[in-house]
Write a protein that binds this ligand. Structure first.
Ligand SMILES: C[S@@+](CC[C@H](N)C(=O)[O-])C[C@H]1O[C@@H](n2cnc3c(N)ncnc32)[C@H](O)[C@@H]1O
Length: 232
């Protein structure tokens, strides 16, 4: 795994964060050192998916990056027949996912998750992806996702939440503990400023409700990072 040192050097200008080649090259290290509980959340996402996916079931992985969530689902379903549609709008990310995961049951799509027609899904996962959509595009996407789920299907969505100061401060401690310097933290924060726009937990739950998800449960939380299982 290549160590993330992208923001180590002092930059004279901070460009908006993008899922480009430079980020893709260090992404597995970056996400593990940045999101508390990431590995547990991804591992358990697979277990949750496997419970919902009968043989032949279809699932979607929205914003699959290098394919960690898809890999976890495949591990949990074992040899069962299924179809996983893994989508990412970043060319280097989807290329890395396709190189990492060679399995006939996966279709990789280099596409925007807003442009996909979701059909007959037993499980849809969006691990840390919706926070990169413009806020006004989130409800329309959630409505499409809900319509694309089977009646017994479930949507799993994980996001950073805007929370009180204590959890945000502890999250910074987590990053420092993982070797990020103050300069790296502040430069990355500046890069993400208008790219990753986070909501409060209440706002996320209200939006899911507005999209028709009547049964929403927070199944995972680590500091200011949460994951919700949404069904209707
Ligand atoms: C934080 S990463 C997701 C991590 C990944 N789900 C995992 O668990 O390892 C966000 C991903 O969403 C992708 N993304 C952002 N906006 C997107 C969009 N509108 N359509 C498709 N993919 C998108 C990015 O390219 C990036 O790979």
């Amino acid at each position: 795994m290549v160590r993330d040192g992208l923001y180590q050097g002092k930059r004279t200008q901070i460009d908006p964060f993008a899922f480009d080649d430079a980020v893709s090259d260090v992404f597995p290290d970056m996400i593990r050192r940045s999101i508390p509980g990431y590995q547990s959340l991804v591992d358990i996402t697979g277990l949750i998916a496997a419970k919902r996916m009968r043989p032949g079931a279809r699932c979607y992985d929205l914003g699959c990056s290098h394919g960690a969530t898809t890999a976890s689902i495949l591990k949990a379903v074992g040899d069962h027949r299924c179809e996983i549609i893994a989508i990412d709008s970043s060319a280097p990310m989807i290329a890395a996912a396709a190189a990492n995961l060679v399995d006939q049951r996966i279709s990789f799509k280099h596409a925007d998750i807003r442009d996909i027609d979701y059909v007959d899904a037993s499980f849809i996962a969006a691990n840390f992806t919706l926070q990169f959509l413009p806020p006004e595009d989130r409800l329309p996407l959630l409505k499409k996702v809900r319509k694309g789920l089977r009646h017994d299907g479930v949507f799993l969505v994980s996001e950073k939440v805007d929370d009180d100061g204590e959890f945000a401060e502890l999250h910074l401690d987590f990053k420092r503990e993982n070797g990020y310097s103050e300069l790296e933290i502040s430069q990355k924060r500046a890069a993400l400023e208008n790219v990753m726009r986070i909501d409060s937990q209440d706002m996320i739950l209200a939006r899911l409700h507005d999209a028709g998800f009547t049964d929403c449960r927070i199944w995972f939380r680590c500091l200011n990072w949460i994951s919700i299982l949404a069904a209707s």
